[in-house]
Design a protein around this ligand. Structure first.
Ligand SMILES: C[S@@+](CC[C@H](N)C(=O)[O-])C[C@H]1O[C@@H](n2cnc3c(N)ncnc32)[C@H](O)[C@@H]1O
Length: 206
């Protein structure tokens, strides 16, 4: 089973980037960073069969998948990961490129709707994670199926776009209409999927 997370953000802006201000000087690349780490890591270990695609309106699409990285040098801290990611986005000089543990991230200009179509054609079951969706824990997961989850950035407004609604992809919620951090939602989704295979219902979101 492969699990893929998509996030799209129209707010990222690195023109005044300084490491000391990850939130204010990046247009919230810190949110994308936390989501990437939540998707790619499990207890600080790179997780197989999980991918994270970041669609950054002003900078292109970045695909993170397990096999592109080396565990030993993978930046597990938010600031390090974000700083290396910024350097990838800004397109490095040859010299430092080699030392960047994220230098094998796939950079493409694929649009999120083309990417959704591509994965759905490959048989991925797609879901939109939305506070007002149907309760997620009711979904049945199959080990031999692949899943695509589309999650909102700090604003979440893309999820309410007509174009996304027109895809007919169903919206699922974590059972409460309360709004959680996107990175927490990714971790909870991964836990619930694992739980649904181990039939241990230990995740009760009150
Ligand atoms: C911080 S929330 C977005 C902001 C929020 N929509 C607001 O109006 O304040 C980030 C994303 O996490 C996901 N999310 C947050 N809470 C959720 C919930 N209870 N169920 C499912 N997804 C949720 C959604 O994809 C949401 O767009």
């Amino acid at each position: 089973m492969k699990t893929v997370f998509f996030i799209k953000s129209e707010t990222i802006n690195l023109s005044n980037y300084i490491l000391k201000d990850p939130t204010g000087s990046t247009g919230r690349l810190d949110v994308i960073t936390r989501c990437a780490l939540a998707a790619l890591l499990n207890n600080f270990e790179l997780e197989q069969n999980v991918e994270f695609w970041a669609f950054l309106d002003n900078y292109g699409t970045y695909i993170f998948k397990y096999e592109l990285f080396q565990q030993v040098i993978f930046p597990i801290s938010e600031l390090r990961f974000m700083d290396y990611f910024v350097k990838v986005i800004q397109g490095l000089d040859e010299g430092s490129k080699k030392k960047n543990p994220l230098n094998r991230v796939i950079i493409t200009d694929i649009d999120i709707f083309d990417a959704i179509e591509k994965l759905r054609k490959k048989g991925f079951q797609a879901y939109i994670l939305h506070e007002k969706g149907t309760e997620f824990s009711q979904e049945k997961f199959e080990k031999d199926k692949n899943y695509l989850f589309i999650i909102g950035n700090q604003l979440g407004n893309f999820l309410d776009s007509k174009e996304l609604k027109d895809t007919g992809i169903s919206c699922v919620s974590l059972g409460t209409s309360q709004s959680y951090l996107a990175s927490s939602v990714i971790k909870l989704i991964k836990l619930q999927i694992i739980d649904s295979f181990t039939n241990i219902k230990n995740l009760k979101l009150t």
